[in-house]
Design a protein around this ligand. Structure first.
Ligand code: ARG
Length: 459
């Protein structure tokens, strides 16, 4: 036999560089706390069901609690020879309390153990992420309520389309984040299931009590099928997918932010706290944080695709491939939590250059729809009205005249039905205010969105 915990049927020792390749301790020590929590629940269950004696369990519990204290004080020493966090902790326990430590693994396998740890890890982090998203939502709602009547160009194809309220723009992101939260909440449901007691793949002959350990660990449910329990990583895939969509949303905002702080747009200015200077060009104020959040979305998508590829065609039940499930998830947590915080700070401190935004809507043709709608309400069929305005735009482009610069007599030539009130209708702020259809950019509609959002956030 060799000196591994499972060394009985082995006569040759692996070379250390092979051990190194197979080990996960360098990263799965991230779940050390969850591993101890899972073991404590398991061993208490072993006592409760009479599988282990109270004296044995007492020793194991005391040993594990001891180890947890040292863990929190950074005093534990893990080794590659012990491969992963599960065997490292069991080996440390053995050093401390002797052979009785060997009873801890009764009726359990590392396969349900690692799945339990990983579920706990994700479950514990989800509420934190949801909280950070809610903080951003609050910031967006606050900014939106300060900018209901801030007029800016709305874009399609990156062309001036119709003027909109900047508050309306901000509330669009509120809505995206609301769906993100709902996705993470649903994710929590699929994570909140206990695999513990599935053992290696088939359950165990010991009279274990899976409901007891699930309750002890705070899981809402127990996996119904032991094969599924040890090989399901849907909760991790959902997590990565949700994180990807979240980062995608942030990246779109960051992209617009980066454009809008440029000379060409000059709609917004970022706080000095969230920008950097150029190493050679003294005038620079770079939107680094926005770019970095945009950039970091890429690595999260990568983690999603990495795990999808690992899981694809993987036969049931546990395979060592599954050890590859963790690093992407850990990195995702490590990436998105600070990204959310930075995003919030950056957005909260943005200076809105309302005049520049407004000006951008006054020398374009983004009120062309207003004129077409106006003609349509005067009885000209909308298609025909569209054609008339199209020709006016073409002429205006050649002569440098915007629609509001057309004189009354010129308007009368088009149609005697056009009156002075057309100039009112052509004003960008009027165009925005009048778009009062449900969910539109009209001020009343934006206020309604904000009110609803405030109610949602108060829940
Ligand atoms: N380190 C392993 C992992 O992360 C733990 C489970 C190992 N089980 C096994 N039979 N090799 O997946």
């Amino acid at each position: 036999s060799t000196d591994k915990l499972w060394g009985g049927r082995f006569s040759a020792q692996a070379d250390s560089w092979v051990d190194e390749f197979g080990a996960s301790i360098s990263f799965d020590q991230m779940m050390a706390d969850e591993d101890i929590t899972g073991s404590l629940a398991h061993v208490k269950m072993l006592q409760k069901t009479g599988i282990l004696s109270a004296e044995d369990v007492q020793q194991i519990v005391a040993g594990l609690e001891d180890i947890r204290q040292d863990l929190h004080q950074n005093k534990l020493h893990f080794t590659v020879e012990n491969e992963d966090i599960h065997m490292n902790i069991e080996s440390i326990l053995t050093d401390r309390i002797g052979p009785v430590a060997g009873k801890l693994h009764t009726g359990r396998s590392r396969n349900d153990q690692v799945a339990t740890d990983f579920h706990l890890y994700v479950k514990n982090r989800l509420p934190k992420i949801i909280d950070e998203i809610k903080t951003i939502q609050k910031t967006l709602v606050k900014l939106a309520s300060e900018n209901v009547e801030t007029i800016m160009p709305g874009y399609t194809h990156l062309q001036h389309a119709q003027p909109i309220s900047y508050g309306h723009y901000l509330m669009a992101y509120y809505s995206m984040l609301k769906r993100d939260i709902e996705r993470f909440e649903f994710n929590l449901k699929h994570t909140d299931i206990s695999p513990l007691g599935a053992a290696a793949l088939a359950g165990t002959t010991f009279p274990i009590d899976r409901q007891f350990t699930a309750d002890e660990l705070g899981f809402a449910a127990v996996y119904n099928n032991s094969l599924d329990a040890v090989s399901d990583r849907d909760f991790a895939l959902e997590f990565l997918s949700n994180a990807s969509i979240l980062m995608l949303h942030l990246s779109r905002f960051c992209e617009e932010l980066s454009m809008w702080v440029s000379y060409e747009f000059n709609y917004l200015e970022l706080s000095d706290k969230y920008t950097t200077g150029g190493s050679i060009m003294p005038q620079k104020k770079n939107p680094d944080m926005a770019e970095l959040i945009r950039g970091k979305s890429g690595r999260i998508f990568g983690h999603l695709f990495g795990l999808l590829s690992t899981m694809k065609s993987l036969p049931l039940a546990y395979n060592k491939d599954l050890q590859e499930d963790k690093e992407g998830v850990f990195d995702t947590v490590k990436t998105i939590l600070p990204a959310l915080r930075v995003f919030n700070g950056m957005v909260a401190t943005v200076k809105v250059k309302k005049d520049n935004m407004y000006k951008a809507t006054t020398h374009d043709f983004s009120n062309a729809t207003e004129l077409a709608d106006y003609l349509a309400t005067k009885g000209i069929p909308f298609r025909q009205a569209h054609g008339i305005v199209g020709e006016l735009v073409l002429k205006g482009l050649q002569t440098g005249k915007n629609l509001q610069d057309i004189t009354m007599s010129e308007f009368k030539e088009i149609s005697p039905l056009i009156d002075e009130d057309v100039y009112h209708v052509l004003k960008p702020e009027v165009a925005v205010e009048r778009r009062n259809s449900f969910g539109g950019t009209g001020f009343k509609q934006v206020e309604a969105q904000i009110d609803q959002a405030k109610r949602e956030l108060a829940e």
